[in-house]
Design a protein around this ligand. Structure first.
Ligand code: F6P
Length: 555
């Protein structure tokens, strides 16, 4: 472990960072969002920009160019530019696991300007093997154990080995890109696998066992269940033609019974939640096509170029990352809503939950010293307009201000009449309403004008008043496709990195999930009654839950 690698040069102390952010926020809070637009007619043009295939509008934030300059100066003084350079140079920024985090090197592989001689051979070998597998399956060179072409692909994986391919396959579904039908099994709950197996044909189903470690309980159990089902359904012992694996531990996949030529090896440094760009995108390449997978990488590469070439003040992911940090540390905001007004991005909030919360849910810095400020908050959301009939009440009138990301495409793959126009009217209307709000006095006036008695109008107006002044970003794309999705995912990655590097944390490890995994393993034997029921280490609440489970098994 090299504890100093990921540490931003300590040019500015935590305390100074915090003090400066708070002072900035205090000043900015004097100017309501709406009035910022009145003060500057060019505001929207100044505070927005193109990011590859995306258009990002961050004008509805507590920002102006002076504030951006100050936030970027803070980022500079915390070594953000050096950290980005180190990331691109392949430095071991994931210091607790002694691994690099050079995700741009994955996306570069698909870029037009990439020089093959400058490619990392391990990366080139991974994509070549991926392409070969995809071609073999698409062409029918590789068939099922009964000699049939595959029709269905079940991706068995969890966390980063699930969310990314699931998001991309769902986003590109119905775009007529491939003939293989994707399915996803993540949870260990036996209902998941049972219900998938009830819908797929045994003879023509391929299972992609995606596990970086190849040791994850959920994935191993689901893969074993799939194998047992295939053996029973096909009446044969050897069903290995139906399995491919994606892993950084090919030997473990082989030991599990997956044939060597069907194992796609991914370099160890690729972290689960950043792995959709790598061989872990195999299910995407199988079901949406290799060209779509490459287009995803190209979209991400456009963002790499922007981040590398633009100064911090014009660097859209950096500005959004600094806003995240500013709202968290100086405005006391504890969560962020992700609101896709695009049905085929409905999985984006859960994808981003892992990306942000597994990365920035940290309480120590990269060097192990305690943090003196809050880090990542809660990411949540759902697709519009569903959320409007649910939690948007809290967004508009709840006691906490929650910054929102609105994401939409300008045209639909499935137009019906004016429905898509109505979707966008709702999307734009929500960010406008969050910002504008409405005063009790205005509402009261309208109610009285419509004939309500003054007393009743005054009272009802208190309930109807909307505070407004609530910030949001809007991200637009022409039409949802692989390239715009790649850019969107990369935008969020860099935004996360920007805030994390300024906080001084390591966003690439996830030690917090380990203890829970160990304890659940040890409780397996307790639940099955193979260990001492009177284990004094167990609290009475857990002991009582276990006793109830055991009793239910005996009934
Ligand atoms: O939940 C912890 C985690 O390690 C994630 O970071 C990872 O994406 C997931 O488990 C799956 O791990 P693997 O790909 O090794 O099965």
């Amino acid at each position: 472990m090299s504890p100093t690698v990921n540490q931003a040069p300590a040019l500015l102390s935590d305390l100074d960072l915090q003090t400066t952010l708070r002072a900035l926020a205090k000043k900015a809070a004097n100017t309501p969002l709406q009035s910022r637009f009145n003060l500057d007619p060019n505001r929207a043009a100044t505070l927005s920009g193109e990011l590859g295939p995306l258009f990002v509008d961050y004008a509805k934030h507590h920002l102006d160019t002076d504030i951006i300059t100050s936030l970027c100066e803070l980022a500079r003084q915390r070594g953000l530019e050096q950290q980005f350079n180190a990331l691109r140079a392949g430095a071991k920024l994931n210091n607790t696991e002694d691994r690099s985090a050079n995700y741009p090197s994955l996306r570069r592989w698909a870029s037009d300007g990439a020089n093959p001689s400058q490619q990392d051979p391990a990366i080139a070998a991974m994509y070549e093997a991926m392409e070969n597998l995809v071609t073999a399956i698409h062409s029918g060179a590789h068939r099922s154990s009964t000699g049939k072409a595959f029709t269905d692909v079940v991706n068995i994986g969890i966390g980063g080995s699930d969310f990314g391919p699931r998001l991309v396959c769902d986003a590109l579904a119905n775009q007529g890109l491939g003939s293989l039908r994707p399915h996803f099994a993540a949870n260990i709950d036996p209902s998941v696998m049972t219900e998938i197996l009830a819908t797929v044909p045994a003879e023509t189903t391929l299972f992609v066992v995606a596990s970086k470690s190849f040791g994850t309980q959920e994935t191993r159990c689901n893969a074993q269940a799939a194998r047992t089902w295939l053996q029973a359904s096909l009446g044969r012992e050897d069903v290995s033609d139906h399995f491919v694996a994606v892993s950084s531990k090919p030997e473990a996949a082989m030991a599990f019974g997956i044939r060597e030529q069907y194992i796609l090896a991914v370099p160890e440094w690729v972290g689960g939640r950043f792995s959709v760009w790598s061989g872990f995108g195999l299910t995407v390449a199988l079901c949406a096509g290799m060209n779509s997978f490459c287009a995803l990488l190209k979209g991400g590469y456009a963002v790499d170029q922007h981040v590398e070439q633009q100064p911090l003040e014009k660097n859209i992911p950096v500005i959004l990352g600094m806003l995240d940090l500013w709202y968290r540390n100086a405005w006391g905001m504890t969560s962020q809503a992700v609101l896709p007004y695009e049905h085929h991005l409905k999985l984006l909030p859960i994808y981003l939950q892992q990306l942000f919360m597994e990365s920035a849910g940290k309480s120590v810095k990269a060097d192990g010293s305690p943090l003196n400020n809050a880090t990542g908050g809660v990411i949540w959301g759902t697709e519009g307009t569903n959320g409007q009939h649910s939690f948007h009440q809290l967004l508009h009138q709840g006691s906490d201000a929650i910054p929102c990301d609105f994401i939409a495409s300008l045209s639909s793959h499935n137009p019906i009449g004016e429905q898509h126009q109505a979707l966008l009217a709702n999307c734009f209307g929500q960010s406008l309403t969050l910002m504008q709000g409405q005063t009790a006095a205005d509402i009261e006036g309208n109610l009285v004008a419509s004939g309500m008695k003054a007393d009743a109008a005054a009272q009802l107006a208190q309930h109807k008043a909307m505070p407004g002044n609530r910030p949001s970003t809007t991200i637009l794309m022409n039409k949802l496709d692989a390239e715009s999705l790649g850019a969107l995912i990369a935008l969020y990655e860099y935004r996360l990195f920007a805030a994390s590097f300024v906080w001084g944390i390591n966003p690439f490890d996830q030690w917090g999930v380990e203890l829970g995994k160990q304890i659940s393993q040890s409780l397996m034997s307790t639940l099955s009654g193979n260990s001492d029921d009177n284990n004094p280490a167990l609290d009475s609440s857990t002991a009582q839950l276990i006793a109830r489970y055991q009793q239910a098994q005996n009934n």
